[in-house]
Design a protein around this ligand. Structure first.
Ligand code: TNX
Length: 533
């Protein structure tokens, strides 16, 4: 346990292979595994960077005299990231970033953010960070990389950085050299806002927490049997009727176009791509209750507030159903300027195999015609899929068929990544059909070796779905997501060889007070030696 009075020491703590390395001048490097001694890690960054050296004896002091500096012409995105950093260091009242004129010398003791497109090995999302006692330089080829470098700065700082109000404080950033690029391009989280609805502010908070761990895709499950959650101009009943309830009959809700645009813009500012899902042809009771013509018998279904699956289905033989789907896809495609459209496609019990396959292929044409790349749950694999359609694996399904045709897969194995599964038998929230998932279970697996016919080269990445049958409020979502979402983030970002459970759980221990400072209701797993204040 580390006490409050040791707060400032924590920066040093996180920079030392404690006891062992404090005072030892040679830097310690990962990924040589397990830089842990006397119970404390050399640094507490999650996800662990692909290469990091920390010099425990040295640090850069951040106080009110330090400037965050961006070069002139750095562009809007870089200025936005610099402002995000100044807010992080000193709250909204902190001095704004300084723009350096061409040829102007770097002020002493500054934190410099620079784009250098010639550093192509850093790719879209990589960054280099150098911290000495005299200053900080963060370089990336693209703004995305700068944003992730800022998150690493954040996590190298003590957790008190998460208390934004303190302006005249000193924060010690340990001297370090980091070169870091992600393992996977797709580092996702999914929120089921259909079974229970959470408002746009709650989604934005989840986005902020994703950003801390360098996640970059937020898949929103926007429709299901219990609720339709996004406004479609040509079909107002979808939200007026279909959005009016939720599991157990609560008030439900939906995002207006303005609110959804706000979510998209907020996510974009955190380098997170929104992936909208409209689940079909099953999981559609909310739509079937809103428009009678979507049913084969032309009778609107009653609203549904239970938790069964598989019973609802669109009338796939009717052309008007495809007109409906096109209207929905077109409307959402215009609301989300990002490349993907997720069609669900899971748990269909009321169609023949041939009907199902024909449906998926027809919908794929609609999605493509609207300029989007289709994603579907594993069941869609046997259909004739375009190579750039993406399959999201979740249980014993057929992702390997898609891999054989050169297609890409997102790994969401339910027994590892389903954040709605209980941690252990005492967890009151959540389900248990895919098993109990403790933090170690969520962390200690390799997406490239889970399915023999789905190798690393076929993987776009990983995603942690959070289904909300039992989750009512944001605190419930947070409890199920944290800390397992941090575990998933490390799987998605860090090289397999740079991570192991023992060092992860030690670093995670130091994320506890950080999450507390951020007000996150997280699960205090007994597997983690939590550091408390
Ligand atoms: C399976 S995963 C589902 C969801 C449920 C979830 C509950 C998937 C594609 N379908 O409809 O909410 O299990 O864990």
């Amino acid at each position: 346990m580390v006490r409050e009075s040791a707060m400032r020491r924590v920066a040093v703590v996180s920079a030392c292979v404690v006891a062992a390395a404090c005072g030892r001048p040679t830097p310690t490097t990962t990924p040589t595994p397990a830089p842990v001694a006397a119970g404390r890690p050399i640094h507490t960054v999650v996800p662990v960077p692909s290469s990091i050296q920390v010099t425990p004896t040295d640090s850069f002091q951040i106080d009110s005299t330090v400037a965050v500096v961006v070069p002139a012409g750095g562009g809007y995105a870089v200025e936005g990231i610099a402002t995000y950093l100044t807010n992080l260091l000193g709250g909204p009242a902190a001095p704004p970033p300084r723009t350096l004129a061409a040829g102007e010398a770097m002020p002493p003791r500054s934190i410099q953010l620079a784009l250098d497109p010639s550093k192509s090995t850093l790719g879209l999302e990589g960054y280099e960070l150098t911290v000495t006692r005299d200053g900080v330089t963060l370089t990336a080829a693209q703004p995305n990389g700068l944003f992730y470098g800022v998150q690493t700065i954040r996590q190298l700082l003590p957790w008190s950085v998460e208390h934004r109000a303190a302006m005249n404080r000193r924060l010690l950033l340990p001297a370090a050299r980091v070169t870091d690029t992600p393992r996977f391009a797709w580092r996702g989280a999914m929120l089921d806002v259909s079974r229970h609805f959470i408002d746009a502010e709650a989604v934005k908070r989840y986005i902020d927490l994703m950003a801390v761990y360098k996640l970059n895709r937020l898949h929103l499950h926007l429709s299901d049997d219990q609720g339709w959650r996004i406004e479609i101009a040509s079909r107002p009943n979808l939200t007026a009727q279909g959005g009016s309830t939720q599991v157990n009959g609560g008030p439900g809700g939906f995002y207006t176009k303005a609110q959804f645009a706000d979510i998209v813009a907020y996510a974009t500012s955190r380098f997170i791509t929104i992936v909208p899902e409209i689940d079909m042809p099953s999981h559609t009771n909310a739509a079937l209750a809103s428009y009678a013509e979507l049913n084969c018998d032309n009778v609107a279904r009653p609203l549904y507030t239970g938790t069964k699956v598989g019973f609802s289905v669109l009338c796939v033989e009717k052309d008007s159903v495809y007109t409906f789907i096109n209207d929905v896809v077109k409307d959402i495609a215009a609301q989300v300027p990002t490349p993907y459209f997720h069609i669900g496609g899971d748990e269909v019990e009321k169609l023949t195999h041939d009907q199902y396959i024909r449906f998926i292929e027809r919908v794929q044409d609609i999605v493509t015609a609207n300029g989007k790349q289709m994603i579907g749950w594993g069941e869609i694999s046997p259909a004739k899929l375009a190579p750039n359609t993406i399959v999201q694996h979740w249980r014993r399904d057929s992702a390997s068929i898609h891999v054989a045709r050169g297609g890409k897969v997102i790994m969401s194995p339910s027994s590892k990544t389903y954040l709605d599964m209980k941690y252990d038998s005492t967890t009151t929230l959540g389900l248990r059909w895919a098993g109990l998932i403790e933090v170690k279970d969520a962390y200690d697996w390799n997406p490239a070796t889970l399915l023999p016919e789905v190798p690393e080269t076929a993987l776009l990445g990983v995603e942690g779905p959070l289904w909300s049958e039992t989750l009512v409020k944001l605190e419930d979502y947070e409890f199920m997501a944290f800390p397992r979402l941090a575990a998933l983030a490390e799987i998605a970002w860090s090289p397999q060889g740079a991570r192991d459970w023992e060092t992860f759980r030690m670093r995670l221990a130091f994320q506890g007070p950080r999450l507390s400072a951020l007000g996150v209701n997280f699960y205090r797993s007994a597997q983690v030696p939590w550091v408390t204040r």
